[in-house]
Design a protein around this ligand. Structure first.
Ligand SMILES: *[C@@H]1O[C@H](CO)[C@@H](O)[C@H](O)[C@H]1NC(C)=O
Ligand SMILES: *[C@@H]1O[C@H](CO)[C@@H](O)[C@H](O)[C@H]1NC(C)=O
Length: 348
C-alpha cells in the first residue's frame, strides 16, 4: 500500500532526525471528502455519554462524560426504552451549532452474544418505498418500532420551534450507529430535514447494495468511522461473490488504524473511497477484535463497569418524566424554559 510505504519512510526519517512528535499526522485539513476530524472527535463524546445509566446526570448534562468537548449541551429529550434496552437523546449544542441526536449501542455483558448473532442476520425486510432495497428487520425496528421514533421527532420539532432551522447531526456507536443511520435517512426522506449529517462509530452493515446506494444519495453527508480490527463493521458478512445477496456498507468509511515501529505508535485516519466497501480500508484486515470496538479516538464507548448497573435517577428529575404502560420513559423539558437547575430544588 502506497500510504503505508510513505509512512514507513516518514517514520524512518523521524527516527534519524528525532524531531517528530509521537503522533504523525498525515493529512489534517479539516475537510477531506466530507470527513471533519474535529467534528468526529466531538461527536464521539456524545456517542459515549449516551451509554451512561445515571439518567439524572445525563438529562442535566452533568455526567462525567459531559464535560469535555460537549460542555454546555442542553438535553431536550432523553428516551429510555426499557422494553427493548434502547436509549437515546436529543439536544442542542452551541459548537457545532446544531441539534444533536445520539443512540446507545448494546449494553454490558450482552455485547458478546450480540456480536455472535450478527453473523446470521438476514436481509429480511424491504425498505419501504425503495424498490430492491433490503435491510435487517431488527435494526430497522429498533429505530422505527419503539418509543425512540416518536420521542426523537417530538424533540426535534420542539427544538426547531425555539432555535429555528438548525443543522441536525446524528451519531451512535455499534447498534446505536445502525439506529443513527436509519434516523438520518428518516429525517432526510420523511421530514424534509435539510442539513442532516450522520457520523457513526463501529457500525454493523444494515442493508444490501441497493439500500446503500439509495442511502448515499439521500444522506450524502455521512461518515462511518471504523477502528483497527473492530469486528462489528465486518458484520453481517460481506460476500464478494454474491453481490445480489450480500449486505453492503454505505459510504463513506474513515478507517482509524495504528501503525507501530518499536515503541512508537502512529495513528492514521484513512479516508476511504466512495464505494462503501473499500478493500484497502478496514476490509483489508481481519475483523477479530472486540477491544478495538470499544475505544474510538481514545474515548470509551460502553457503559461504566457495573457496580450498580441499573438505571439511576433521583427525585429531582421526576417532574420531567413520563412513563408509559410498558415501563418505558421519556424525560423532556420545554427548551424555552430556563436552563435546567438541579441544585436549587434538591430538597423538594
Ligand atoms: C469541522 O468541525 C468543526 C467543529 O464543528 C468546525 O468548527 C469546523 O469549521 C469544521 N471544519 C470544516 C472545514 O467544515
Ligand atoms: C412492532 O412491534 C410490535 C410489538 O413489539 C410487534 O407486534 C409488531 O409486529 C412490530 N411491527 C413491525 C413492523 O416490526
Amino acid at each position: 500500500m502506497g500510504q503505508r510505504r510513505l509512512l514507513m519512510l516518514a517514520v524512518i526519517v523521524c527516527l534519524f532526525t528525532s524531531s517528530c512528535g509521537r503522533e504523525l499526522k498525515l493529512k489534517h485539513k479539516d475537510n477531506h471528502a466530507g470527513y471533519n476530524h474535529t467534528l468526529a472527535k466531538i461527536l464521539v463524546e456524545y456517542a459515549s455519554a449516551v451509554y451512561l445509566s445515571d439518567l439524572t446526570e445525563l438529562f442535566s448534562w452533568t455526567c462525567s462524560r459531559c464535560d469535555g468537548l460537549t460542555k454546555g449541551f442542553e438535553v431536550i429529550e432523553l428516551i429510555v426504552d426499557v422494553q427493548h434496552g434502547l436509549q437515546g437523546y436529543v439536544g442542542v449544542a452551541k459548537d457545532p451549532n446544531a441539534i444533536i441526536i445520539a443512540f446507545r449501542g448494546t449494553q454490558g455483558q450482552s455485547i458478546q452474544n450480540w456480536i455472535e448473532d450478527l453473523y446470521w442476520k438476514q436481509l429480511d425486510l424491504n425498505y419501504p418505498g425503495m424498490p430492491d432495497a433490503m435491510v435487517h428487520h431488527g435494526f430497522f425496528s429498533a429505530y422505527y418500532n419503539t418509543t425512540i421514533h416518536p420521542g426523537i421527532l417530538t424533540a426535534i420539532k420542539e427544538a426547531k420551534e425555539i432555535y429555528g432551522d438548525l443543522d441536525i447531526m446524528v451519531t451512535g456507536h455499534s447498534m446505536g450507529g445502525a439506529m443513527a443511520a436509519f434516523c438520518g435517512l428518516d429525517l432526510a426522506v420523511n421530514h424534509e430535514a435539510q442539513n442532516v449529517q450522520v457520523v457513526t462509530f463501529g457500525q454493523p452493515r444494515i442493508g444490501n447494495a441497493a439500500f446503500a446506494s439509495y442511502y448515499s444519495q439521500l444522506v450524502p453527508n455521512t461518515i462511518r468511522v471504523t477502528n483497527g480490527h473492530d469486528i462489528v463493521p465486518h458484520l453481517p458478512p460481506y460476500y464478494y461473490y454474491f453481490p445480489q445477496k450480500t449486505y453492503h456498507h454505505f459510504p463513506r468509511e474513515v478507517w482509524l488504524y495504528e501503525f507501530g515501529l518499536g515503541s512508537l505508535v502512529y495513528r492514521v485516519e484513512k479516508v476511504c473511497d466512495d464505494s462503501g466497501e473499500d478493500p484497502t480500508c478496514s476490509r483489508s484486515v481481519m475483523g477479530n477484535s472486540i477491544s478495538d470496538h470499544i475505544v474510538y479516538y481514545g474515548v470509551e464507548l460502553r457503559g461504566e463497569t457495573c457496580r450498580s448497573c441499573g438505571i439511576v435517577m433521583d427525585p429531582r428529575v421526576a417532574e420531567y418524566r413520563k412513563t408509559d404502560i410498558q415501563g418505558n420513559f421519556i424525560f423532556s423539558r420545554n427548551p424555552a424554559a430556563s436552563v435546567l437547575r438541579l441544585d436549587a430544588q434538591s430538597d423538594v
